[in-house]
Design a protein around this ligand. Structure first.
Ligand SMILES: Cc1ncc(COP(=O)(O)O)c(C=O)c1O
Length: 384
């Protein structure tokens, strides 16, 4: 049985060119970038080059990139850092109900510490209404954190409009762009983004590395204390090996992004077409229009299915997908994203699957996926 991996929003394999670069880097360069001797200087040079690549990829300055251990740490630094540094100006934060836990949990923690957080609702397509954002603004609002692309549904929020609104009011705007970076072209200046989170392992780079873009003018409270690395925003010897791999992943992405996006769209179309051809009963969670949706993630509800049984059967048939929601102690929690879209009682919370495509998936695989789904649905339906 040929296994089919359709969980690239969870993580991607490492790109062969990234592997090569990391293997070479491991052999050629081990110095500590803070050391002043030859070995240190060699590592420093490589680190500087990677920083330049990251900065250019979002049209930011060289100085604006803070390397972190990934998306979670970058989100934590942005949210706690901005909240603590600006609490003398106010204690109100705006976010949405559909953020990743790496944003929601920091916000919940800040609430416990006395900050006031507004969790904006979304409509049935998982989109925030810009008028709701406007209505939520207060004199004491210091930070707005709204994700670029949702990891469960692939829906894109109106980032540019939110950026304009926040900049005109002097409110810090952070966006978690972990799922957007591989797909969308991002310009932090044009989009008026102050803080932006990126993670390497969603774009064929290694795990455990990412960055936070911080616009020069933005004050952040220091979270880690130690050495002077990353201009003190993130003390600790840099993960030079992973950063080299991340750099290569970004370079390859820049060459291939358009081609990959076209490919993802054809995979989405083929999967939908094959499901329709087989008259499989499903609903799209969200809206597949390209203006509001990325081509590599689709979330589908299969009426009558139970997500846990369905996922297990899909795995047994060689298909790796996910429910998009957290798995706690082996049990799947109903998705907070689908809850925000459809309400607590919607059956979609218990019968939805996220498919996320990668550059090496093929249209033939999409047909096989539809075939295997048909078998499973028929088998499970006959047991009910
Ligand atoms: C939207 C979003 N934000 C943050 C993260 C966390 O990133 P990392 O795994 O690099 O900590 C993820 C990863 O699943 C994500 O999808």
């Amino acid at each position: 049985m040929k296994r089919i991996y359709l969980d690239h929003a969870a993580t991607t394999p490492i790109h062969p060119s990234v592997k090569d670069v990391m293997r070479d880097a491991m052999e050629e360069s081990f110095g500590n970038p803070s050391s002043i001797h030859h070995f240190g200087r060699e590592s420093r040079k490589r680190l500087d080059e990677a920083r330049t690549t990251m900065a250019k990829s979002i049209n930011g300055n060289y100085e604006s990139i803070i390397f972190t251990s990934g998306g979670t740490e970058a989100n934590n630094l942005a949210i706690f850092g901005a909240a603590y540094a600006n609490q003398h100006k106010g204690n109100h934060i705006i976010t949405t109900q559909i953020e990743h836990h790496a944003v929601l949990h920091p916000c919940e923690q800040l609430e416990k510490e006395g900050f006031d957080v507004t969790y904006l609702p979304v409509n049935e397509n998982g989109l925030v209404d810009i008028m709701d954002v406007k209505k939520a603004l207060r004199k004491d609002t210091i930070l707005t954190t709204i994700m670029f692309v949702n990891n469960e549904t692939g829906m894109k929020q109106p980032i540019q409009m939110i950026g304009n609104m926040m900049r005109s009011r002097g409110i810090i705007f952070h966006t978690d762009a972990v799922q957007a970076f591989g797909i969308e072209s991002i310009d932090v200046n044009e989009m008026k983004i102050d803080l932006l989170t990126v993670s390497s392992h969603k774009i064929y780079g290694p795990k455990g590395v990412g960055f936070l873009y911080k616009r020069d003018e933005i004050e952040l409270a220091q979270r880690l204390f130690g050495g002077e690395q990353e201009r003190t925003w993130r003390s600790g010897t840099e993960n030079t090996l992973a950063i080299e791999g991340f750099k290569k992943a970004v370079e390859v992405l820049q060459d291939e992004r358009d081609k990959r996006n076209e490919h993802y769209q054809s995979l989405t179309n083929r999967l939908i077409h094959s499901l329709d051809e087989k008259s499989i009963d499903y609903h799209v969670n969200g809206d597949l229009s390209p203006e509001v949706h990325v081509p590599n993630i689709i979330n589908l509800s299969f009426p009558g299915m139970d997500v846990e049984i369905f996922l297990t059967n899909l795995d047994l048939s060689g298909i790796a997908v996910s429910s998009g929601s957290a798995c706690t102690a082996g049990a799947i929690d109903p998705s907070h994203v689908l809850r925000a879209m459809y309400g607590e009682d919607s059956p979609r919370l218990r019968n939805s699957i996220r498919f996320s495509f990668g550059k090496d998936n093929t249209e033939e695989e999409m047909e096989q996926v539809a075939e295997r789904i048909q078998l499973i649905v028929n088998r499970l339906a006959s047991k009910n």
